[in-house]
Write a protein that binds this ligand. Structure first.
Ligand code: ZN
Length: 517
């Protein structure tokens, strides 16, 4: 027994060492990517793609080393027991689970595929950007075909029982299947369409939009002041500026370059002032999760990060929509907003502000969508991706089918592909199976928020006095500090006592919008 325990201990220590090395390579990749997205000159793209694919190949090699296989065996990992021996601690089992999953998967994927995929994704971005700028889908089509073919190949190599999309979905949301997403999304689709219908007036415009004047949001707001106001909210949320920074880029995102280096990028000076505020709060939500998960003994390990994309998105969306767009939040922050921007808000009341940032109006662009119609944008992409992977839809037909679906779901047709099928960056970077996590994140956010209210009482009461710190502490204690030790479904169950249940999201939307309008 003691001998067995010590061999378990030894194997576990060795796996931790290997993980530390891999974590370093992953951090270096993150730094190259940060630079790619914030500063890289145009001509530097190809060399950067080679650098990143070289590192990916190295990580692939390290993860699939025969030693890792032997260690996982010593630790008792198997399909039935992916976390290995039950004598291990929960943290150790988390690491075993992570490596068992990666090892099994990557062992199947040949290095040729890994290099090709990484290279196509890195180069795809520039091709897509040009196609979007020139509003010409045909420029992007060859690159997209390659990416879809590589994803189909991946699905075949990894194998699936029910649906070829399952292995792709599992990449971004471990354990998630088409079966579950179909069930949850069909419920969500019905609920959203019913709510939109209720919010639609007899003249066809949406409740509030005809008499709602949000033009003040579209005045000129100086970039520097926007950033200052955003930083003020970030500080109140508990973003630690000694362990992170906020910069400017063309696309908002959050990333971690090391245990004490969490960065967010935002765009300031967009057409609407609301866009920079809410993308700051959104990315701030991601950053808090990353900061929280790399504290204590998880920093410097692959476990020191969010456990899944949907769980990550639950954090950003909860901050952005459920807290950041609440009336109580603005009761506290609107006077400050007015101090920053007295000219732009001269004749604007608190009520005007609250209604303006919660305006419901189905629109073309996913990232600018209101929180009611947002889910429909995701359902559209999910349905298209499934069809592409199943071979039911040809890449060349994508723009036309995109527009048909927009008409069917949101009632509008994009005037151009730039505002339609070319609007998102994801496919160009090889990511197919990613979009569903955004909507799953919304569903999880509402479920977690309900659990937070059971523990803390009215969350609005905290927002009302600007006490965002108490909200962050609850999220830290229940979710952040566990990093990736538990899977997202385990964590959701630990915190809320339930499996993923879409009714919380519907209840939240229905209550909020019947009170607002
Ligand atoms: Zn996000």
């Amino acid at each position: 027994m003691t001998q067995k325990k010590s061999s378990l201990e030894k194997a576990s220590e060795r796996l931790k060492e290997i993980d530390r090395d891999i974590f370093l390579f992953e951090s270096i990749t993150a730094l190259l990517d940060w630079d790619h997205q914030t500063a890289l000159p145009k001509q530097g793209v190809n060399a950067r793609a080679d650098q990143i694919s070289q590192l990916s190949a190295l990580v692939h090699q390290k993860v699939t080393e025969p030693e890792v296989g032997r260690l996982l065996e010593d630790l008792g990992a198997s399909e039935e027991l992916p976390g290995g021996s039950e004598e291990l601690s929960s943290r150790e089992r988390g690491l075993v689970r992570l490596y068992f999953r990666e090892y099994t998967k990557q062992k199947k994927l040949p290095e040729r595929w890994v290099r090709e995929f990484s290279n196509s994704s890195a180069k795809g971005h520039a091709v897509w950007a040009e196609a979007r700028q020139k509003d010409d889908f045909s420029l992007f089509a060859p690159s997209l075909k390659r990416i879809i073919a590589l994803n189909c190949e991946k699905s075949t190599i990894l194998g699936f029982e029910k649906h070829p999309y399952d292995p792709l979905l599992d990449e971004y949301e471990p354990g998630m299947t088409v079966q579950t997403v179909d069930r949850v999304f069909s419920r969500m689709k019905g609920d959203i369409l019913r709510l939109l219908d209720r919010l639609k007036g007899p003249d066809g415009s949406y409740t509030g939009t005809s008499k709602l004047d949000d033009s003040f949001l579209y005045l000129k707001y100086p970039k520097g002041k926007q950033k200052q106001f955003g930083d003020l909210i970030l500080r109140d949320m508990g973003f630690d500026f000694e362990r992170g920074l906020a910069a400017e880029s063309a696309h908002p995102f959050a990333t971690k370059l090391g245990p004490n280096d969490v960065r967010i990028a935002n765009r300031y000076g967009e057409v609407s002032a609301a866009s920079s505020i809410f993308s700051t709060i959104h990315e701030g939500g991601h950053a808090l999760y990353e900061m929280g998960s790399s504290q204590e003994d998880l920093g410097g390990s692959s476990l020191g990060t969010g456990t899944s994309l949907a769980m990550h998105e639950s954090q950003s969306r909860m901050w952005e929509n459920m807290i950041g767009r609440s009336r109580s939040f603005w009761e506290y922050y609107y006077p400050k907003f007015q101090e920053f921007f007295p000219d732009q808000t001269r004749d604007v009341s608190l009520d005007d502000m609250v209604l303006a940032v919660n305006k419901v109006q189905p629109s073309l662009i996913r990232v600018n969508a209101d929180e009611v119609s947002y889910g429909l944008h995701i359902i559209l992409r999910y349905e298209l991706e499934k069809a592409l992977i199943q071979g039911d839809l040809k890449t060349d037909d994508l723009p036309a089918v995109w527009n048909e679906k927009m008409k069917a779901l949101l009632g509008i047709v994009p005037p151009s592909d730039a505002d339609g099928v070319l609007q998102d960056v994801h496919w160009s970077e090889g990511m197919i199976g990613y979009f569903p996590t955004y909507a799953l994140g919304n569903l999880m956010a509402a479920q977690l928020y309900a659990a937070m209210e059971r523990d803390l009482g009215s969350v609005d009461a905290y927002a009302l006095r600007g006490d965002l710190e108490s909200i962050r502490s609850w999220l830290y204690a229940g979710i952040h500090k566990y990093g990736a030790v538990y899977t997202s479904s385990e964590l959701l169950k630990r915190v809320t006592g339930e499996e993923l249940n879409p009714s919380y999201f519907t209840d939240y939307l229905n209550t909020k919008y019947s009170t607002l309008f």
